[in-house]
Design a protein around this ligand. Structure first.
Ligand code: SAH
Ligand code: SF4
Ligand code: F3S
Length: 485
């Protein structure tokens, strides 16, 4: 998933129950723009998945049109927004802790407007205003166009809320302001919401019905990124394989239907030097057509995030994932056959309701069957309102959940190391993303399979260019090498 995984991430992963969602928590998003006199200042902090980060860029774009500037320091802001995640209880707890810090600032500066956006806003709605007295405005993910009006309401001394979900909103016409970007890799939202009802998951409740964005606007956004010098785009959706759009073609003289494989092809054809990634694929929906499209185009990366959640068919059924162990294995076999060398990553939940030791073992044997390049692993966290919360008992003791989780982590660490070791002695083509986090003397970048590679910087190669890097050694998270002669 492109730069979704920050350098060093896999090391962190070994230590705690954290996701890619939570890794980038609490990042303040700022843009460099000339400071206008008297403009109001917006501070926006995002939690959760890449879709939330992409939404913050939409929010910034909407408020920039209203004359706001972004700031990286909430203490100098007129408006502080926190774009929130509800996926697990600890994600929500983190947001509440942060809100209490903003509360202290508000006591110092009573004019400060504090807003809660995103999935927690949608889940808790007006309860937020009752529970957290310092919050002035609560806005769900489909209501960001209403922000200027809602801020106006707060300025008149009222509390403001809009948590209406929409069946149509895709913000297709809003060009996101690229916040904190490296100018090389970017995310493009291709759809919103989710129509699957995985029994553990809060997303269908917080993000609403699935809808696909007009492909013309997706292609225009990708082209604009290419024109600005970007070299990699990641197409984002909760289930990209169910992308489907029906409407007029570019000339508006015929009705066309575009599925995900076709969209992927169109984006790949824009520019042969633009790398294309995507996330997330759903095992029940990923088609051979998608796999053949990936195989056909060199610039579509050989990397698929295909969350399995559990290796047991009985647990998968309780999770309402609508595939079995055998079906998942069939999809993995198809990937191996059609795209040899394709990296595969996963999300895995430990200790879902009623999971037995044998079923947990099936998850471990599934991990051995696939040999995941990476995996994001979680302890099951019951979410209010979900099917599982209503129908199943969260009966696996915390101790058992965390022991199972650590067995999964250990296994994944072995596989991550093994997969990375397969690259030692090879020369890989790396898109240089910038200086490494640990040293200014090193560059970092990724190969096609999404492995992070660190190597000594060279004056002859700049970030945004490709480098051929000879891999000398690796850790379980990073490949280390030098630019090949
Ligand atoms: N749309 C993606 C998942 C988005 S949420 C998909 O279908 O794969 C990211 C991950 O969080 C999920 O894959 C799942 O592994 C995890 N997750 C979601 N709800 C959870 C819960 N209640 N407890 C623990 N992990 C959860
Ligand atoms: Fe949640 Fe399932 Fe939708 Fe993914 S596919 S967002 S896990 S309901
Ligand atoms: Fe979290 Fe909402 Fe994303 S619950 S993972 S921010 S869709």
């Amino acid at each position: 998933m492109g730069s979704q995984y920050k350098e060093g991430y896999m090391i962190d992963l070994q230590l705690a129950d954290k996701t890619h969602d939570e890794q980038r928590q609490g990042e303040a998003l700022i843009i460099d723009a000339p400071v206008q006199q008297n403009s109001r200042k917006l501070y926006i902090e995002s939690y959760g998945c890449q879709m939330n980060f992409a939404d913050s860029e939409i929010v910034a774009s909407i408020l920039l049109d209203q004359g706001f500037q972004t700031t990286g320091d909430y203490k100098e802001a007129d408006v502080v927004f926190i774009n929130t995640c509800s996926i697990r209880e600890n994600a929500e707890q983190r947001v509440r802790n942060r809100l209490s810090q903003f509360g202290a600032e508000k006591r110092r500066n009573p004019k400060l407007i504090v807003g809660v956006l995103g999935c927690m806003a949608e889940r808790l709605k007006s309860k937020f205003l009752e529970e957290e007295k310092l919050v002035d405005v609560v806005v769900g993910p489909d209501a960001y166009r209403d922000l200027p009006q809602l801020i106006g309401q707060v300025e008149e001394g009222q509390k403001a809320i809009n948590v209406l979900l929409s069946r149509e909103e895709t913000y297709a016409d809003i060009s996101p302001v690229r916040l904190n970007g490296n100018g090389i890799t970017a995310f493009i939202s291709i759809m919103r919401g989710c129509d699957n009802m995985c029994s553990f998951c809060v997303v269908p409740f917080t993000r609403g019905r699935e809808r696909s964005r007009d492909p013309h606007s997706i292609l225009a956004e990708a082209q604009d990124l290419v024109d600005k010098g970007y070299k990699e785009v990641t197409l984002l959706g909760q289930n990209v394989d169910s992308y489907k759009w029906k409407g007029a073609d570019a000339a508006e003289d015929a009705e066309i239907e575009v599925n995900f494989a076709q969209l992927l092809e169109k984006v790949a054809l824009l520019n042969a030097d633009l790398r294309v990634r995507f996330s997330t694929s759903h095992p029940k929906d990923i088609t051979d057509e998608v796999l053949y499209t990936i195989a056909k185009y060199d610039n579509i990366c050989n990397y698929i995030h295909l969350p399995v959640q559990s290796g047991s068919s009985r647990v998968l059924e309780l999770m309402n994932r609508t595939y079995t162990r055998e079906w998942y294995i069939n999809r993995v076999d198809a990937i191996r056959k059609i795209i040899p060398g394709c990296a595969i990553s996963s999300d895995i939940i430990a200790g879902f309701c009623t999971e037995t030791e044998e079923e947990h073992q099936e998850t471990l044997t599934m991990m051995d069957y696939v040999g995941y390049d990476f995996a994001f692993t979680f302890s099951y966290s019951e979410r209010p309102g979900t099917l599982a919360a209503r129908k199943l008992e969260d009966d696996i003791p915390e101790k058992v959940k965390s022991r199972r989780l650590s067995e999964i982590l250990v296994k994944q660490q072995e596989w991550s190391l093994k997969r990375l070791q397969e690259n030692v002695g090879k020369t890989l083509r790396i898109l240089v993303e910038g200086k490494s986090k640990k040293s200014d003397l090193d560059y970092c970048g990724r190969n096609d399979q999404n492995a992070m590679v660190v190597f000594p910087a060279s004056e002859n190669i700049k970030p945004g260019q490709y480098a051929n890097v000879f891999i000398e050694r690796c850790t379980s998270a990073t490949l280390l090498g030098r630019i090949a002669d």
